[in-house]
Structures are given as C-alpha cells and as structure tokens.
Design a protein around this ligand. Structure first.
Ligand code: FES
Length: 486
C-alpha cells in the first residue's frame, strides 16, 4: 500500500524548505501526486536522511522562529478530543495493516505447503525447493536496511500526524500545519496566510470557511450561529474549530482591498535603538485584538496627538506584535516625542493598513528584494512574510546603506546562515543606482532577472530609477513593485 506524505510534512521530515521540494516536483526530480509524495520516493531522493538527527532540524526551526519573532513551535499535545480522534484514525490504519500482515502470513504458509507438495509429487526438485525455502526464510528474518529506514520514516510521519494536521486551501493550493490545540485561524495566520477574520472570538462570522474534505472539531465556544444552509454546505468557523486529521478547506484569501481600516490603541513593548538616527518601536495590541494587515503595508501611528505614516517592519504572522521603524530627527516634533517622551507600556494609537506594496502570493517565481536606507522596513516585512510562507524557491535581498548605515545586520546574517534559499548582499552607500542595478543583473546566482519578482523600497527617485533600469533589462512590468519610503 502506498504511503503518501504531504509536502509540508515531508519538508519537516527531511529538513528542507517546502519551496525547495516544490521546485524539485516542478522540475520532475520528485514525483508527487496532488502535493503528496510516496514514501519510497522520499528514500530514493534522500537516502541519507538522518531521521535521528532531530536536534539540527530543531536548531534551524528555532533560529527561524526567533528571527521571525514568532512564538516557537509548541511541542504541545492537541486538544483531548482531537487527540482521541487522531489516535482512532491511526488505530484503524494499524488494524488494517495487521490484517494485511496476517493475510500475507497465510499466503506464505500456503506457498510453503504448495512447494512441499510439488517436491513430493516430483513437480520440483528437492534442491530447488530447499534453496527457495532458505532464501525465503532469510529474506523474512532479516529486513534490509532500506526497509528499516522506511519503517523509521513512516513512524516519524505517524507521530507528526498525531501531533499536527495538514490543512490545504483550495483553490490556492497553499497549505499549513495545525499544531497542538491551535484553531484553524491561529495556525493559518501563524503560517503567514491572509485568512479572512474579524473578531477572532466566535462572534462575527467573518472567518467562515467550507470544509471540502476531512473533519473538524470545536475547541472554542462561539456565539455566532451557523445557519442550517451553512451547515449543510459544510461551513465552519476557523476561529473556533481545529482539524481532526488532514483537511481541505475552501476559503478566499484576503487581498489589499478586502481588509477594513482599523483603529487600535496599542502599548509600547520596547524601544530599540537601531542606529544613530533610527529606532524600532515594538508595539503590542490588546489581548483580544490584532491588526489585520498584509506584510509590506503602512500604518499611521499616533503619539500624544501627533501622527505619522510608517511602514510595518514585521509580519502579520507575529500575532499581536507590531514593529515599526522611526527616524530620530531632533528637529522634528514627532521624532522628539518618540525619542524623549515615550517609554515602555505607554499608549500608541495605530490606524490602517494602507498601501499595496505586498507580495504576490500566487507567484512561484524567485523573489528579489531591494532596499535602500529606510526602505529596509517594508522589505524586511516582505522578507519575513516570504520566509513564513515558504513559497518562493529563493529569496535574495540586496540592501543599500542609507545615511545611517546598515542596521539589523545580525538578524539578516542569522537568516542567511540558517536558510539555504535566502541570500543577503549588502552595498555600502555611495554607489550610483545604474551601477547597483548592473551588479544585481550580473549577479551570477540569478539566472535571469526576467524570471524574478522584484520588490524595491527607498526614496521615490531611487525606486523610479531601479524600475526603469530593470525594465530596460527585460523585467516585465507586472513583476516589479516599488514603494517610496523617504
Ligand atoms: S473571526 Fe469572528 S467569528 Fe471567527
């Protein structure tokens, strides 16, 4: 019987980003069926996979989680009912496997009897029968190394199945894992997907999604009442239910136009000095509220009555945490308020989101990010989102120093060290834009700039120049997005 493993789970098993496996499947190197891979195929391609070396996998996961400011993947048990259902499914599969084994034992007994009969009636020579039986016993007694590896891989995959469930979204084909007692909504947002929602506590009904295949179970009470027609059509509330086993749901992901403008009062978690002329404000939304926005968008922040539009520098997958970068110009009244008048736990109003500098989630092209000076904030947001989604086969960040130099370099170096599909290239200040673009286009690691999606952020003149130079070198207009960050 074929044992199929979803690509996301396989990525965790063999310690590769999902985008790398997707590219292998597209290139025909890895045979996959509906986003799933057969166990034998895994061992053919990764014969040396060291399943016992979980420590190294966990280390990479931890660096990624710390770097993305995400809560680490929790090794928590799922809800008791979910756990019971998953164990029941595994129990049924185990019983079926035992049944098949019993049947094979009977067939083997029958074969041995037939062979003895063939010797007795002289239809087979005794030497042939003896050799055959010896070979047969040897094979049964000592499974070969590849079978042991197969069993080990299967056992690990089965444990993963109990601890987590795989959810695939149709029609987009994106997928995410539900860990511990997470709801579908929490897990989807954690994975960087823009699932629609409103209250996130079972009141508004905006998180409705349709179950195409699989079962869900309620893990939070909800006041919103699903109509009889909704229930009949398989609708559920993603903020109140979780997946029992692997699941397929139908839900349209949010785009820029779908997200309502929101006003929230946040509190300052920390103020981090990034350099001589810039600070990062780390904000926290109230417990029952989080800002719905897409990576790369901008937010208006208000401090003591003064407002400013700033790009988000974090990722919506960071749950209630919001990061923005603010210039520290002592001649500017707003900046002085941040520098001199703001402390941990102070209130900061936020309104938004605004702008459409967001990733094209539907594209599977490699991503090139270009950031100059303060343009780093929205690019960092896109980078964290792209890493969270594990969608792009490769991501390269070209960063050009602004007046205040390069900051958060260690963060980028930790990404580059931990993730095979991410590259970071820094340029000092002072290069002409044409010269920089030439360097990027000639970068030997990029096969051709025309096959990439390019996102550039910096002052308006810089972005316009980058756009013009890349267009002249064959980048289609639809594959470039830019934002003016002064
Ligand atoms: S988000 Fe409001 S009911 Fe789920």
């Amino acid at each position: 019987m074929a044992h199929l493993i979803p690509l996301s789970r396989l990525a965790r098993l063999v310690g590769q980003p999902r985008s790398v496996l997707q590219r292998m499947a597209q290139d025909g190197e890895l045979a996959s069926f509906d986003g799933q891979v057969e166990l034998d195929e895994v061992l053919r391609l990764f014969p040396d996979v060291r399943l016992e070396d979980e420590k190294e996998l966990r280390r990479v996961e931890e660096i990624k989680d710390q770097a993305l400011l995400k809560s680490p993947v929790r090794p928590e048990l799922p809800d008791a009912i979910v756990l019971y259902e998953r164990l029941r499914i595994l129990g049924r599969e185990f019983a079926a496997a035992r049944g098949r084994l019993k049947h094979h034992e009977r067939v083997h007994g029958w074969m041995a009897g037939k062979l003895a009969e063939a010797v007795e009636t002289r239809q087979a020579t005794p030497q042939f029968a003896e050799q055959f039986l010896n070979w047969f016993k040897r094979e049964l007694a000592a499974p070969q190394a590849d079978i042991r590896n197969w069993e080990e891989l299967l056992a690990m995959e089965r444990v993963m199945r109990v601890m987590s469930a795989q959810v695939t979204i149709v029609p987009s084909g994106q997928s995410f894992e539900v860990m511990g007692d997470e709801t579908l909504l929490e897990a989807g947002l954690h994975a960087g997907l823009s699932l629609p929602y409103g209250c996130s506590n079972g009141t508004c009904g905006q998180c409705k999604c349709r179950i195409v295949r699989g079962d869900v179970v309620k893990v939070h009470p909800h006041d919103y009442v699903l109509s009889a027609a909704d229930k009949q059509s398989g609708y559920t509330l993603s903020c109140a239910y979780t997946a029992v086993g692997d699941l397929e749901i139908e839900v349209p992901l949010w785009g820029v136009a779908d997200i309502p403008e929101q006003t929230i009062v946040t509190r300052v978690r920390a103020i981090e000095k990034l350099g001589p002329a810039r600070v990062a404000l780390h904000l926290l939304t109230p417990r029952a509220e989080r800002l719905r926005y897409l990576a790369g968008q901008q937010i208006e922040i208000t401090i003591a009555g003064e407002s400013r539009l700033v790009p988000a520098a974090g990722c919506p997958c960071e749950e209630r945490r919001i990061e923005v970068h603010v210039l520290c110009d002592r001649d500017d009244a707003f900046d002085r308020r941040v520098l001199d008048g703001l402390a941990a736990n102070d209130e900061v109003g936020i309104r938004g989101p605004f702008g459409d500098f967001v990733l094209d989630d539907a594209s599977e092209r490699p991503v090139v990010l270009i950031a100059k000076g303060p343009g780093f904030a929205p690019v960092k947001s896109l980078l964290q989102h792209a890493l969270s989604l594990e969608h792009a086969p490769s991501i390269t960040l070209y960063r050009i120093a602004g007046a205040e130099g390069l900051y958060q370099e260690n963060l980028l170096k930790s990404y580059a060290g931990a993730l095979d599909h991410f590259r970071y290239v820094a340029f000092p200040a002072g290069h002409a834009t044409a010269e920089l673009v030439d360097g990027i286009v000639r970068d030997t690691a990029l096969a051709s700039i025309a096959g990439h999606d390019v996102y550039a952020a910096g002052d308006g003149g810089f972005v316009a120049e980058v756009r013009a130079h890349l267009s002249a070198r064959g980048l289609p207009a639809g594959q470039f997005k830019g934002v003016d960050i002064a």
